[in-house]
Every structure is written in C-alpha cells, then in structure tokens.
Design a protein around this ligand. Structure first.
Ligand code: AMP
Ligand code: ZN
Ligand code: ZN
Length: 327
C-alpha cells in the first residue's frame, strides 16, 4: 500500500479567503495550485497539463516506442488506474494485469478485484486476472509467513508474476503506477541507509535484461496530489479498502520529511528525483549494484542463487525442475 494516504488532498478548491484564484491559462476558477510548476489550473487545463507531463516523461525516458505492447499492473488503487486511463487516452495499446493476492482482511483482495474489473469493463480494455490461491493453493500471507519482511516478500512476488504474465501474453513492456512521491521517498530511504544495490533500480525506465522485460513508471514525474486531483476530475473510482499490511513506519517518516521540504521549497522533490535519474550512472558498475545473474534451476528466470526467491517460497522445489515456464 501507499505509505502516505494522509496527504491525498488537493491544495485548495478555487477560493481562498476573499481571493478568487484563477487558472494560469484561461483565468477561470482554479481547482489546484502547483507551486512547483508555478501554475494554477482549472479542471480542463489541469487535465491538459497532466496528460502533457506523462507524455513528456514517456518521451524523455524512452519508456514506450511505437508499436510496443504494454501490460499495466493494476492494483485497483488510484495510481495504477490513472496509469491505464492516461496511457489509453494517449493512444497506447494497453492490457491490464491484476493479481488477486487472496488477502481477506478488510475484504482487501475481493474489493480490489471488483474495482479493477469494473474499470476495465467500462473502458472495454483487456484485463488478465491471476489468482495466487487458484494457481499455488496458498495466499500471500501463507506463502510469506517465514519471510522476514512481508512487504518486500509481497513486492518480490508481484514483480515476478507481472513479468511472467507479460511474457506469457507476449507483451513488450510492464508498467506500474509508481508516482513521484513513491520514487523520491524510496530514493531518500535508500540513500539514507546506503542500500547501493537498489540505487540503480529506481529509474522511470529499466531496460530489459534477459527474461526480464522493460519496466516503466509512466507517472514517475507526477505527485500524489496531482494524481488525486486527476482521479477526481476523471471520476475514477478507486478501491476504498486498505491493505492490512501497511508499509513500515520508517518509509512514512521519509515521506513526511520530503513533504516538509517540498512545502518550504516547492519543486525540490522533483529536482531531487530528476537529478538522480540524470546521475544514476554513478551507481552502475558498483560491486553492490552489479549482480551476476544465472538461471533458476526450477523456472529458468534470472536469479543470483540456484533457486530464485519466488520458487523457494511458492513452489514445491523438488518438482518442476527446468520446467522453463515461469507460471
Ligand atoms: P505497491 O507495491 O502496492 O505500492 O504497488 C506498486 C505498483 O504495483 C502499483 O502501482 C501497481 O502498478 C502494482 N500492483 C500493486 N498491487 C498489484 C496487484 N494486486 N495486481 C497488479 N498490480 C499491482
Ligand atoms: Zn483553465
Ligand atoms: Zn525460479
């Protein structure tokens, strides 16, 4: 789950005190003020701004080339639904994939599935569904109970399955809904603890490597607040239930620190992240960042060990040797 839902509120709603705040473009009443962009927008011009920024990020970071088929991993939350909505409005051929994690508390997984299915049905877009219970006879909690940190186990499982399902459906690219708040917070947290092995992975576009498809984050330059505003303008219904395993408190603290700095100096968060992307080469070639990969002896996906972490926790490791098909 996102670590920072408390900040999901637009800056203001057009009126502050007696001053009517006007859209920078058309002078109609503005619904959002974006100090980082030195702009205020009415719904129509905010929508234009949002689409333009996503299109610019896709182009700048070479996320999608003409004809590439993209599979968007959709949780039912605001970010991934927005990613699908924007990519299809920009004319890309989009297929969704939703992983039913089998988390029963708060009806989290059932509600996420319902919201995602409804969203895709309304737009008549293709959606691939994958249920952990149906395929592995256990849910995320049962499989991850011996793993130290549940959220990293869940993240590893989701990344493996997104890639495998995209390969199976002959897609070229996997997209996720990560936004600027997520990426800059993870960046700060990884720098503060010098997790060098993650520091070359937080970019908006990770090139393909062996059986790992290209991974993109089309909302990398859009903030949480901008995405919340977009979903309210476009009337996108997102899942209301929250995951019972919320991200560590440490992650939330880093988000609050960045939020505080952003309020004092608008634009710092974006400059921090964009600067990182420009300088990411600093971390490549670093012995901790460069992992030598071999093939998992069960699923043949790239791994640093004999048996990849996914197979270790999800499969009977005495069976399927060299099956060659990850799912
Ligand atoms: P999270 O790790 O929950 O912050 O989610 C990060 C991204 O992973 C989301 O924006 C989605 O693109 C994707 N994702 C998360 N949960 C699921 C899921 N159950 N099914 C498909 N994609 C997911
Ligand atoms: Zn306007
Ligand atoms: Zn494996």
């Amino acid at each position: 789950m996102k670590p920072h839902q408390h900040s999901n509120r637009p800056s203001f709603s057009g009126q502050r005190g007696d001053t009517l705040v006007k859209c920078t473009v058309c002078k109609e009443a503005a619904i959002i003020k974006l100090p980082a962009h030195n702009s205020k927008f009415c719904p129509r011009h905010f929508d234009n701004f949002f689409l333009r920024l996503v299109a610019k990020a896709i182009k700048r970071y070479h996320m999608l080339e003409a004809g590439e088929k993209v599979m968007v991993a959709v949780s039912g939350g605001k970010d991934s639904l927005t990613a699908v909505d924007v990519l299809s409005r920009l004319g890309y051929s989009v297929t969704g994939v939703h992983l039913d994690l089998g988390i029963d508390e708060n009806k989290f997984s059932d509600n996420s599935l319902d919201v995602t299915q409804k969203f895709f049905a309304e737009r008549n877009l293709p959606l691939v569904l994958f249920s952990l219970r149906d395929n592995f006879e256990k849910n995320m909690e049962e499989a991850g109970k011996h793993f130290d940190r549940f959220c990293s186990f869940c993240g590893m499982t989701k990344r493996y399955l997104m890639n495998s399902l995209a390969l199976k459906h002959r897609m070229d690219v996997v997209a996720t809904g990560h936004n600027l708040d997520d990426l800059s917070t993870a960046l700060l947290a990884n720098i503060m603890r010098w997790k060098v092995r993650f520091l070359n992975k937080g970019v908006p576009c990770l090139p393909p490597q062996g059986n790992f498809l290209k991974k993109i984050k089309p909302l990398a330059l859009l903030s949480e607040e901008e995405i919340v505003t977009y979903t309210s303008i476009q009337k996108i219904q997102r899942v209301q239930s929250t995951c019972p395993h919320s991200r560590e408190a440490k992650f939330k603290r880093y988000h609050e620190v960045l939020q505080g700095i952003e309020e004092q100096s608008p634009g710092t968060r974006r400059a921090f992240y964009e600067g990182y992307v420009r300088n990411v080469h600093v971390f490549s070639g670093h012995p901790e960042a460069e992992t030598r990969l071999r093939s998992c002896i069960i699923c043949e996906m790239p791994t640093t060990q004999n048996i990849c972490t996914f197979c270790k926790y999800w499969r009977d490791t005495t069976a399927h040797l060299g099956a060659g098909n990850p799912i």
